[in-house]
Design a protein around this ligand. Structure first.
Ligand code: FE
Ligand code: FE
Ligand code: ZN
Length: 299
């Protein structure tokens, strides 16, 4: 089966997309996801188009299809909050343009959080914002992420996501990114993934599922916590995650790891787990010594 797998990677201004591709290749990935700057702020610098050209060549040489590459919008952007609505809309308009300049057609977005407003108002603000942002000539889709339901997060159920999606004018530009940790924490039993896909199909439509965030969870089902765990080391477990990854219905959907870095000597250094997690996934065999193997490889 055709497995499209990668992880979150860094993006630095000087190396631009080329540095991100090189990092993805170091994990033996065939796709990747990145933030166009720091995830927690909205400072963004202009794109080095020469590096983007080099990156595209390197992707071609290594069978990475840019159509499977994902950008993640910074998580402080909140379309639900009326107080910085205008800023969020203008930032996301620019972010869509940046994706277009990079040649990337999928932008993952946390729908928003109902701060100082009712859930209904929050949803209406998100719809209004999306319709303003998507009114453009760029071939870039916004993928709303399924959220854990921490605090006032919007997007905690397929029904809630669909109440937004169905009001979006440009239906060809809206999709969903399903995060396995988040849906577990939101109350979905991932041990029967076929049932989840059936539900998703009935409520939203499977054609809208365009990315999977592949994470184990540190917490139990319905905990509304959102703390990711390394593959096979959390409450979801290796076998359940393998069943999700190799489910035929999601074969052509990019799968992105956002699992935590491995701490070495009390955070003196941290190491990415992705090379070893991808290896486990390709081999369909859990590695109980994952953490020590990672430390021995990078230290
Ligand atoms: Fe996310
Ligand atoms: Fe995620
Ligand atoms: Zn998360």
């Amino acid at each position: 089966m055709n497995l499209i797998i990668g992880s979150h990677v860094s993006y630095k201004t000087d190396t631009s997309l080329l540095g991100s591709v090189e990092e993805a290749l170091s994990y033996k990935a065939n796709t990747f996801m990145f933030y166009t700057g720091a995830p927690q702020n909205t400072n963004r610098s202009s794109i080095n188009l020469n590096k983007v050209q080099e990156a595209k060549k390197l992707m071609l040489d290594n069978n990475i299809d840019i159509n499977n590459v994902i950008v993640h919008a910074p998580y402080i952007v909140n379309l639900a909050n009326p107080n910085n609505f205008d800023f969020s809309v203008s930032f996301l308009k620019q972010e869509v343009k940046r994706c277009y300049d990079l040649g990337i057609n999928k932008l993952v977005l946390h729908p928003g959080s109902a701060v100082n407003v009712s859930v209904e108002e929050a949803i209406n603000n998100i719809i209004k914002g999306l319709n303003l942002i998507l009114d453009n000539n760029y071939n870039v889709k916004i993928l709303l992420e399924t959220m854990a339901g921490k605090g006032n997060e919007i997007g905690r159920s397929f029904e809630q996501l669909n109440s937004i999606i169905k009001e979006v004018k440009h239906q060809d530009k809206i999709g969903v990114c399903l995060d396995t940790c988040h849906i577990n924490d939101a109350g979905y039993d991932i041990s029967n993934f076929d049932l989840i896909l059936d539900k998703f199909d009935q409520i939203i439509g499977l054609d809208k599922l365009m990315c999977i965030h592949l994470n184990d969870s540190k917490n139990d089902i319905n905990s509304h916590k959102d703390r990711h765990e390394n593959i096979g080391f959390g409450t979801l477990g290796f076998d359940n995650l393998i069943k999700i990854i190799y489910n035929k219905k999601v074969e052509n959907i990019p799968k992105i790891l956002e699992t935590p870095y491995i701490d070495y000597e009390n955070n003196k250094r941290v190491f990415p787990p992705y090379l070893f997690e991808i290896k486990m996934i390709r081999e369909k065999k859990f590695n109980p010594n994952l953490i020590t193997d990672i430390i021995n490889y990078y230290k």
